[in-house]
Design a protein around this ligand. Sequence first.
Ligand SMILES: Cc1cc2nc3c(=O)[nH]c(=O)nc-3n(C[C@H](O)[C@H](O)[C@H](O)COP(=O)(O)OP(=O)(O)OC[C@H]3O[C@@H](n4cnc5c(N)ncnc54)[C@H](O)[C@@H]3O)c2cc1C
Length: 395
Amino acid sequence: MSTTPRAEERPLLILGAGVIGLTTAVRLLESPSSAGRKVHIIADHHPSDALDAKYASGIAGAHHLSFADDGDKRQRRWDMRTFRVMYDEWRRDGEASGLMGLTQTEMWVGSSKHLEIYEEHPDFKVLDPTEAPCKVDHMVSFTSLTITPALYLAGLEARVRALGGIIHRAHVSSLHDLATLPFLTLYSVLPAAVFVCVGLGARSLLGIGDGNVFPTRGQVVRVRAPWLRAGYTRQEGSLAGGEGGQRTYVIPRCTGDVILGGTREERDWDPYPRAQTGRDILNRALEICPELEPPHARACALDTAEKNLEDAWATEMGEAEERVKSLQGVVVEHLVGFRPSRLGGTRLERAEVRLAGEVVALIHNYGHGGAGWQSSWGCAEDAVAIWEGKNLPKL
Ligand SMILES: Cc1cc2nc3c(=O)[nH]c(=O)nc-3n(C[C@H](O)[C@H](O)[C@H](O)COP(=O)(O)OP(=O)(O)OC[C@H]3O[C@@H](n4cnc5c(N)ncnc54)[C@H](O)[C@@H]3O)c2cc1C
């Protein structure tokens, strides 16, 4: 085993197998600059493992619904580039890709302004807010995409392997471990670069130890509602240049499941769903999307006397409670995940570290908060461009 090979033969290493690590691996393997080099991924959690709150990519809704501020050109560029890549995949491969194209309706309470980025989506329209199912101040619709994480991640993993990437399961406690056994046996020679795509792991990984990284807990409900093929979101209060205020969302997936959310609890490490939060999510989701109720529960009684009786029951029980009850039969599970948030936003930059006396480039690509899916391809392409020494557009 040698630790001093020719520079252009040293392998490339990606830490993390979430959407960020896998998209970065695909773009790296596709790049002519990687020819002749082995690309390895090392991760604790792999896409086919059971869902885990710390593996954000598996729990996410997920939809492409940017919250990039109008002035945040960097985030807008990543989000729009990712939309284009995924939109083309959906047009080419349909729902086998794990993507679903749909009409997305976005509603605001307390604001009469939408984010400019939505105007770049196909079929953008400003709608009459009085036609919303609940009281809102502004409403727009456009074509967007939702993602079924298990399907899309499996596709990414298959692409990495087909392109010659090698995926290992291991926990890395410190960057310095990468230059020691048993890690060196995985790639034989010290990597030329390590792409740090560890999400929340960047907080505790020694050698990175980024104290700006923290979890933003999100609780969601997965329901079975294949009749629903359109997405809805309500934003209450200001986004505050990012993910502020309260968001309620209804995200249909191509599998017939629908993800209802959500919550945002900063620095809350509780991985268990809370019953009251689950009820609140169902209630809010029904307010913005009454069509969530199964068609049979929405159907009118044929007999007038029976209809009057049902109306009387609904009034007595409280209409909202009655409607939430009608969802019980379609609830599959309540889930919690930790968004890998970071003060200062996503870290996408080059640094270096000395491992066993050798300089190793570090390409950081972590801390995407609630936007990792919708910015994944844009960030992956920039990470590879940074490694290749290309200039990114000045924004
Ligand atoms: C409820 C919820 C809803 C969301 N909805 C959306 C949405 O609609 N749209 C959107 O764009 N985003 C959404 N997100 C955010 C999105 O899921 C994340 O931004 C994204 O998944 C982050 O991907 P990642 O690859 O950086 O991290 P992760 O998916 O968390 O993966 C991290 C990887 O690094 C590995 N790792 C970490 N530390 C180590 C270590 N020390 N050693 C070895 N391996 C390590 C892990 O095992 C894992 O493989 C949502 C998130 C949640 C929780």
